[in-house]
Design a protein around this ligand. Structure first.
Ligand SMILES: [Zn+2]
Length: 199
């Protein structure tokens, strides 16, 4: 059943992509690009999958009671998204700092999957960061969550202002923080000196 729905969506989107290509003056009789509308449709579905898929279930594990005051840092979660104004890629990474609310903490891979699921839709990075902090607060059983997102936006990278060195950094807090905000900023800072390609 699910398959039919997706296939239907795929062919509908491909039809529109074909129409756009035609309007752009792309020669659709070229056999080498015959499959391009389907590929573009598939890509759009993949990059917006978070709109249609359920959030991943989070598994929890026990930590000792005396570890409750420790900060947990998940650094450099790679995210791929789309800007909601141009539907062009946003490529970046998120760092999450949180304090558990009870002695149950989420598995690392589930935190990563949750962040990546939430990014798979058109976003405005500033709003995304705040909503991500609130989503995580709710889903990972945290006392508070601090999120830092650092990304390049291809819409300002290769069109419009064409500023290729600009990186957008956003931060957000959810829950009751019981430490200094500047301390969280410092903890979240990426000291990795190895230059990543692009960002
Ligand atoms: Zn944009």
């Amino acid at each position: 059943m699910e398959m039919t729905g997706t296939e239907d969506l795929l062919s509908k989107i491909a039809e529109h992509v074909r129409a756009i290509m035609r309007l752009l003056g792309i020669d659709l009789t070229n056999p080498d690009i015959a499959e391009t509308p389907q590929r573009v449709a598939q890509m759009l579905l993949e990059l917006t999958s978070g709109l249609r898929e359920k959030p991943p279930e989070v598994k929890f594990f026990k930590i000792p009671e005396n570890a409750l005051n420790n900060l947990i840092i998940v650094r450099n979660i790679e995210i791929d998204s789309l800007c909601e104004h141009h539907l062009l890629p946003i490529i970046g990474k998120a760092t999450i700092v949180y304090k558990p609310r009870t002695n149950s903490v989420p598995g690392l891979s589930k935190v990563i999957r949750l962040v990546q699921w939430f990014a798979r839709r058109p976003i405005l990075q500033e709003r995304f960061t705040q909503e991500l902090a609130e989503l995580l607060l709710d889903k990972i059983n945290a006392k508070f969550v601090y999120c830092h997102v650092k990304a390049i936006h291809l819409c300002s990278f290769m069109r419009g202002v064409k500023s290729r060195l600009t990186v957008l950094e956003t931060e957000a807090v959810a829950g009751e923080i019981d430490v200094e905000l500047n301390m969280l900023r410092e903890v979240a800072r990426d000291y990795d000196r190895v230059r990543q390609p692009l960002y």
